[in-house]
Write a new protein. Structure first.
Length: 161
């Protein structure tokens, strides 16, 4: 088990003019990572990164609607989308929209690869409508936010183990 404290960072790249790809290896089997990422009781423990997160809606099925609301010192932020594809424990495709920018819908594809040694490689590819939307997301601090969430996910995975 990795005893390093939050030093693992996702590798971020831009494979096309409309995509952001983040790759991160977790020291946990794929089934455990899938569970932590899809169990509505566990999601607030890592997605919220220490802030209060309310799962207002969670229909984990093709066409299902999800909505998470984060409460912090800056106010309330809602995020939501619909599931397009779910292939446990390998792949999920969903839309992602932030209440602060309605109409700017991202398509996120998450793939979990079993590395065969008790570790799992997560690849999250976000497809934006325009290059400007992609670049705005890159400049928004999303990379740090994702790394903070992944560090919190490490802690959840260790507790599950």
């Amino acid at each position: 088990m990795n005893t390093a404290k939050n030093i693992d960072k996702a590798i971020t790249s831009t494979p096309s003019d409309r995509e952001i790809r983040m790759e991160r290896i977790f020291n946990a089997p794929r089934e455990r990572v899938w569970k932590a990422m899809t169990d509505p009781a566990l999601i607030p423990q890592w997605w919220g990164r220490g802030r209060k997160l309310v799962v207002e809606r969670y229909e984990f099925k093709r066409g299902g609607h999800w909505r998470f609301v984060v409460h912090d010192e800056h106010g309330v932020n809602g995020f939501e989308g619909r599931y397009r594809e779910i292939t446990p424990p390998v792949r999920a495709v969903q839309t992602f929209e932030w209440d602060g920018m309605p109409g700017h819908v991202i398509i996120e594809t998450v793939v979990l690869e079993d590395l065969g040694d008790g570790r799992t490689k997560l690849t999250n590819t976000s497809l934006f409508h325009t290059t400007e939307e992609r670049d705005g997301m890159l400049q928004s601090g999303m990379e740090q936010g994702a790394n903070d969430s992944y560090a919190a996910l490490d802690e959840v995975l260790a507790r599950l183990g």
